[in-house]
Structures are given as structure tokens and as C-alpha cells.
Design a protein around this ligand. Structure first.
Ligand SMILES: Cc1ncc(COP(=O)(O)O)c(C=O)c1O
Length: 469
């Protein structure tokens, strides 16, 4: 008998956390329960999710920046269903597939910089591993330089370029010869490259952790220093690329910057099929695939799968047709300016930064004595707690899904779909204002709720911070 997915979904509805606790990740299931994030989402469209009770939520994570064009986009879905009905071959392997050639052309047209060769991957971390290997082979050097607070994925090589101890700890020894430099520090980069032994400098123009943004001119200087040192500049656009900042690539914001390798993934799939791409200069590719014997010396089984290529082509067309990059700029500015306008009103807010729809809201110790006590108590209980005092009521009281931005526990990051509307921006800003007003009343019910959650978490040994993002 044919499998009936609709019947499975209906019959199993609501068992999400029980099944995860039994078979997948009990700690994660428990942590989500403690903070009230244990929703069972059963429908998704654009920037919205609906739970099984029919409540509608605004999703400002977009699956960690996977759904730039919004969830379940009909254009991508139709392209995939039409393609599946055509019985077209995929993964023949000993052939040159047509669709990866077509998608490579489309990507090159958008990326530019003379990055003439495209290597397809299934995930972001696989793209990072690819860049490490390509840079080493092309330059004949082994050192890789990365920035503090960097996040390039959690596979072994990528982990060696991770700026946070919590991810690295206990998984070593990691790839040797990886050097960390402080983010945005030109002098430190100059020093790190000065011995002429560095294969690549890998950087996120807007960091996934904390939404830290490169300062104006930093990437231009980095380009110059890399050229002088014979080092390849790698722009990790896995999260900040694909139109999120208002340009196809975030590095475009810094005029004069020129990457030798660009890595994209996440949104390239429209969220349907895992896919990524590494674009690089021809000479780099020629060094890697340098003889007929070595023509597939680096490859992966699912890299050029037809469904992934179709999803990529359809996603690029939606990005253009719906002018989503322009919308990212307009709505990003509306969101950023709306938040910046609250800075004087709410002393917990330290900094608002954004590039298009990649927004960081950073909090810091307030000035008034009463609120200082609230801040200190929260921080003593749990480093994530202050931000969770915001993300929890944003979800429970305002139906807005938000996230704490990884290792910088004092920042909330927003990476909503680029389809965001004026009404969505107002939805977020109204909710955020309400939550901030309540947290600026201390002592008060908002703080009691926060402490209760912290106590429950301590009893359960749970953490509510997601690993990758
Ligand atoms: C900037 C950046 N690089 C690399 C990765 C790793 O991508 P993946 O999780 O697809 O392996 C991520 C994932 O969050 C990322 O944000």
C-alpha cells in the first residue's frame, strides 16, 4: 500500500516532543518545553507559521536564513513538482549534468568578481570545507585565518575556524594551523598575513553570531592585504548572502573589496532541497583539478542533484521577480530605524545594527540602579537569560519567533524572510516595545517569570540555545 503522508501527519499530530525525547534529542526537547518554545507548527507560508491550534506566528529566523524568499514558495514548489513529473535523470554521476551548468551560469551572472568556476555542495559547512581545500591546494600553503566570533559550520575543518569555545570544546584536536584575528582589526590581519604563509582569510561580511557588521572599508583593506600576501580572500555569504543585505552578496557593500572565493548555501534552495555553491577564480580551480586523473579529486555524491539545481534556479527567479533584495533594504531600514528610535527610551538597549534584513539588537548593563540589579541577577543565573526574557514573551504574548544570537549572549538577531511587509515590521516593533516596557519595570511580573524559567532550567540541567545557526 502507498504511504499516506497526510494520514501520518494527522495521526501523529502533537507527538513532536514525545518522539524527540524518545528518539532524537531529549535535552533539546526539554529545553524547548522549559522556555515555552515547544510549539507544534503545522503550516507555513511566506514569513508565517501556524501551530496546530491555528495560531499565526511571525518568523524572524527564517530557518536560520534559509527562507529568504519565504516558506513554501509556490514558484519553487511548482518548479519542483513539474520537474518530478518529467522523470528527468539526476545523479548519473559519470556525465556532465545540464541543470548544474545552467545554475552555474545564473550564479556567475549575479556574483561577478571574475569568479568563473562553480562547485556545488549540499550544505554550508561542505562549502567551507571545499574552500579550505581549494585554498590550500591553490596556494601550496596550509594556514587559514579566521575572525573572532566567526561561525562557518560545525564539521571538523569548519570547527577549526569557529570563534566560540563552546562549539570547539571536547571535539579536538581540530585542524591545525588556523589563526584567529579580532573581527574588524586591520592591523591584526596585516600581522597575521605578514609571514606569507596563509592560504586563505575567511570572513563573514555580517557575522551570523551577533549580527556584527564589518566596518566600512575593512573588506577593501582585507582585499589589499590578501593580494600583497598572496592569500585568498574567502567571503562566507552562507547566511548574509542571497539578497539579505539588499545586494546579492553582502561583500558588495564594501566598495573595492574583491573576494577570490564566495560560499553560498542556505537560501539558495528556497528551503526545499539542501544546496550550496562555492564560486572561485579559474586559476584556483585549475590548480585543484589539475590533470585528467584528478578531474574529480574533490566531489560529493549529492552535489549537483537535479532537484537541488531546480530549486536553486526557481529561487533565483523569485528573488529577482519579486524584487526581494530591494524589499530587504526598505524593510530592513524600517525595522532598524524603528528599533534605533527606541534606544533612548529603553536603557537596556545598547546598540542596533543592521544591513538590510540582518538585524542585531544588543543589550548591555543599564544605568539606573534598580535595573542594574535586574541585569546582574539575570546574568548571574544564566548568561542567555536577559535575551530570553525578551524572546520568551515575544513568542508567548506576541506570536513572534526570535532568537538569541549564539555566542554573543546579549544580542537578539533577526533574519526574517525578505518578503517582510510594513504590517510585519509594525507587528514586530509593537511587540518588542511592549516587552521592553515590561522589562523596564523592576521588580515586576515580567522579571518574576524570567526567574521562574531560570530556576526550572537549572533544575532540569537544560540550555535553550541552539547550536548551529
Ligand atoms: C556563516 C555561516 N557559515 C557556515 C554555516 C554552516 O552551514 P550549514 O549549517 O549548512 O553546514 C552557517 C550555518 O549557520 C553559517 O551561518
Amino acid at each position: 500500500m502507498a504511504i499516506d503522508i497526510a494520514q501520518i501527519l494527522a495521526a501523529q499530530s502533537g507527538r513532536n516532543y514525545q518522539l524527540h525525547a524518545e528518539h532524537i534529542n531529549p535535552r533539546w526537547a526539554k529545553a524547548l518545553g522549559i522556555i515555552g518554545f515547544d510549539k507544534c507548527y503545522e503550516r507555513a507560508e511566506g514569513a508565517y507559521l501556524w501551530d496546530r491550534e491555528g495560531n499565526k506566528y511571525l518568523d524572524t529566523l527564517a530557518g536560520y536564513s534559509v527562507f529568504n524568499i519565504g516558506r513554501n514558495h509556490p514558484v519553487v514548489r511548482n518548479a519542483l513538482t513539474e520537474f518530478m513529473a518529467a522523470d528527468y535523470p539526476s545523479l548519473v554521476q559519470i556525465e556532465a549534468p545540464l541543470l548544474s551548468g545552467v545554475l552555474a551560469e545564473e550564479l556567475k551572472r549575479r556574483v561577478g568578481y571574475g569568479l568563473d568556476r562553480v562547485y556545488f555542495t549540499s550544505t554550508g559547512a561542505e562549502g567551507v570545507e571545499t574552500a579550505i581545500k581549494f585554498a590550500r591546494k591553490a596556494t601550496g600553503r596550509s594556514e587559514i585565518v579566521f575572525a573572532s566570533n566567526a561561525f562557518h559550520g560545525l564539521t571538523n575543518g569548519a570547527l577549526a575556524l569557529n570563534g566560540a569555545e563552546v562549539f570547539r570544546q571536547d571535539f579536538g584536536p581540530l585542524l591545525p594551523q588556523c589563526r584567529r584575528v579580532p573581527f574588524n582589526d586591520v592591523d591584526a590581519l596585516k600581522e597575521a598575513l605578514s609571514q606569507g604563509d596563509v592560504a586563505a582569510f575567511m570572513i563573514e561580511p555580517v557575522q551570523g553570531k551577533g549580527a556584527a557588521v564589518v566596518t566600512d572599508g575593512y573588506l577593501r583593506e582585507a582585499t589589499r592585504l590578501c593580494r600583497e600576501a598572496g592569500t585568498l580572500l574567502v567571503s562566507d555569504e552562507i547566511q548574509c548572502g542571497m539578497g539579505r543585505t539588499g545586494h546579492f552578496l553582502a561583500i558588495h557593500e564594501d566598495e573595492g573589496a574583491e573576494p577570490d572565493i564566495v560560499i553560498i548555501s542556505k537560501s539558495l534552495s528556497g528551503g526545499y532541497v539542501p544546496v550550496g555553491a562555492v564560486l572561485t577564480r579559474e586559476w584556483v580551480y585549475d590548480k585543484v583539478f589539475n590533470s585528467l586523473d584528478r578531474a574529480v579529486v574533490h566531489s560529493s555524491t549529492f552535489g549537483q542533484g537535479s532537484l537541488a539545481m531546480v530549486a536553486g534556479l526557481a529561487t533565483l527567479s523569485v528573488l529577482d521577480d519579486e524584487k526581494l533584495m530591494q524589499n530587504a533594504k526598505v524593510q530592513g531600514d524600517a525595522l532598524g530605524q524603528g528599533l534605533a528610535a527606541m534606544k533612548d527610551e529603553f536603557e537596556f538597549i545598547h546598540d542596533i545594527r543592521w544591513r538590510g534584513l540582518m538585524v542585531g539588537i544588543e543589550f548591555a548593563k543599564p544605568k539606573s540602579l534598580k535595573l542594574k540589579t535586574a541585569w546582574a541577577t539575570a546574568n548571574k543565573l544564566n548568561k542567555d537569560l536577559f535575551c530570553q526574557a525578551i524572546t520568551i514573551p515575544m513568542l508567548s504574548d506576541h506570536n513572534v519567533l526570535t532568537q538569541v544570537a549564539g555566542n554573543s549572549m546579549t544580542t537578539i538577531k533577526l533574519t526574517p524572510p525578505l518578503t517582510l511587509t510594513d504590517a510585519d515590521v509594525a507587528w514586530f516593533l509593537d511587540g518588542f516595545r511592549d516587552v521592553m516596557q515590561r522589562l523596564h519595570r523592576f521588580p515586576g511580573p515580567a522579571w518574576e517569570a524570567v526567574y521562574r524559567i531560570a530556576r526550572n532550567a537549572m533544575q532540569g540541567g537544560a540550555t535553550s540555545r541552539p547550536a548551529a545557526e
